[in-house]
Design a protein around this ligand. Structure first.
Ligand code: AMP
Ligand code: MG
Length: 492
């Protein structure tokens, strides 16, 4: 059966990279039911969202294939927690196809949890309601906070049970991405010493994501530099909002620089560089404060696969990529400082910015202050006539000294402290997906089939800068007893 909604598919990956995937077929589900649908994203994609809503439960569970869809499972490899797996691939996802959106950007549409594929390696290829709704919520939050991310178009419960540590209700999430090219996609072919296909993939990636490199004399080094910049922007974005991805394996590290895979992710409450919530990250490899270094490590793995394309002389190639990898650290730092500068209401860059922003994060860490609400509260410090006596700044002598330096900077800017405070309220969120609120929403959906808490939370985080009446508990940190025991899990 075909869908009556027109998707205008134009599937370049399936057509041009025939050795890079295997065909896949969605599983049959007993009674799919729509849990969430992203109208705004549907409109961006040029889809008729009113018509699509009628059949969304069927289309986004793979029961009704839109005209032109070519379901495929992509091949990839990857370093997981530092160890290399040469064969991963889409084991629980299949791409339906690509659509050029209204802004002219090509986007992948992929079902996740739609059943086994040739890459499932014994897994069931399925997903369950809890992790699917987590992916939906957290990606919506990142998008609303201006951080580059894959987006969720729909979440459908399938009516069947999936078996994890106990039976859970099954679900499928539809993911929209600038592409699903990962460092791991390159590693799949490079690990097989397949230089021809590695080059083919690099050329495809350049054409799709970094066309400014077409015709360049050094396109593959340019590709590394472009991905490095995109990832530096992304990681700086995560760090500025207190987001911990939790599983930065090279197969979850995209060429387009979007956040992908929201398994063991979380936002931290109290500022803590060592914060980690993933149940399987025993060593804290992917802790909050390690994310920039891990990104650089992942880029080094990307550089390795590109070396043979960059220069026939291996030593020369190594020297050239080394420079790009070193630049990552500088670029990341610049992006992070720029992000923090805007969170602090500062308009002009100053040589003391890094010291000022690091000074704040050190104080937050020392006093174990909640990151998001403290940053939000700083605008009220800036607004108060007698701000130096604000209770926040009087947490300690050091905080007060820091506050005076910061307020002095604000006072020298056009509009002074009041204008800075107004700007700050447009970049420091009131609402993020607080871990305890996410758990509350997921538990209610899973155990009671009640989506109301999910919808309420989603509504707040999609519009995160506006204070809403009666929602104070959504703006507060979880009780410390909750945070101490909180763990997130990988599987979607
Ligand atoms: P992820 O943790 O989502 O990044 O996935 C890592 C790898 O495990 C990918 O190759 C997935 O396709 C595969 N995988 C995870 N869960 C399943 C599942 N339930 N069935 C089959 N493959 C899976
Ligand atoms: Mg993954």
């Amino acid at each position: 059966m075909k869908s009556s909604t027109s998707f205008a598919f134009d599937n370049t990956y399936a057509a041009q990279l025939v050795d890079f995937y295997l065909p896949a077929k969605p599983a049959v589900f007993p009674s799919p039911s729509l849990m969430a649908f992203n109208d705004g994203l549907a409109v961006e994609l040029g889809l008729d969202s009113t018509q699509l809503r009628q059949e969304a439960h069927l289309v986004f569970s793979g029961q009704l294939l839109p005209e032109g869809a070519t379901p495929i499972a992509q091949a990839y490899a990857g370093h997981q927690f530092g160890g290399f797996s040469h064969q991963l691939g889409d084991g629980r996802a299949m791409m339906l196809g690509e659509v050029v959106d209204k802004a002219g950007v090509r986007r992948d549409i992929q079902l996740k949890g739609s059943g086994p594929t040739p890459f499932s390696r014994g897994g069931d290829g399925k997903a369950s309601v809890g992790p699917v709704l987590r992916e939906y919520l957290v990606s919506a939050s990142l998008h609303a906070l201006g951080v580059s991310t894959t987006r969720m178009l729909a979440a459908v419960s399938t009516g069947e049970q999936v078996y994890r540590e106990r039976p859970f209700p099954g679900a499928v999430v539809t993911r929209v991405a600038a592409s699903h090219l990962r460092v791991g996609t390159f590693q799949f072919f490079a690990a097989r010493d397949d230089r021809v296909r590695t080059k083919q993939l690099a050329d495809y990636a350049i054409k799709r994501h970094y066309p400014q490199l077409l015709g360049s004399t050094d396109p593959y080094l340019g590709l590394l530099a472009a991905v490095s910049q995109a990832q530096a922007d992304l990681i700086a974005g995560w760090m500025c909002i207190g987001f911990i991805h939790g599983v930065m394996n090279t197969d979850n590290f995209t060429i387009a620089g979007e956040t992908i895979d929201f398994g063991p992710c979380a936002f931290m409450d109290a500022f803590d560089r060592s914060a980690v919530f993933s149940s399987i990250d025993y060593q804290g490899r992917y802790a909050y404060g390690n994310q920039p270094q891990i990104a650089q490590w992942n880029l080094a793995r990307f550089a390795e696969v590109l070396l043979p394309l960059i220069d026939d002389d291996m030593d020369a190639a190594v020297a050239r990529v080394q420079e790009v990898l070193t630049d990552f650290a500088t670029h990341y730092r610049d992006r992070w400082v720029a992000g923090m500068r805007s969170k602090l209401g500062l308009m002009e860059a100053d040589t003391s910015d890094h010291e000022l922003t690091s000074g704040l994060t050190e104080l937050l860490e020392e006093h174990q202050l909640d990151y998001t609400s403290t940053l939000r509260c700083l605008s009220s410090v800036a607004r108060a006539a007698d701000s130096v006596s604000h209770p926040l700044l009087n947490t300690s002598k050091d905080f007060n000294a820091w506050g005076q330096r910061w307020l002095h900077r604000l006072a020298q800017q056009p509009g002074g402290q009041a204008a800075a405070a107004d700007r700050m309220d447009t970049v420091n969120p009131v609402y993020i997906p607080r871990n305890h609120k996410v758990e509350e929403a997921l538990t209610s959906a899973v155990d009671d089939q009640n989506l109301e808490p999910f919808e309420r939370l989603l509504g707040l985080i999609m519009d995160p800068f506006e204070v809403r009446g009666g929602c104070d508990s959504y703006a507060e940190a979880a009780p410390p007893t909750f945070t101490k025991c909180y763990q997130t899990f990988c599987g979607t």
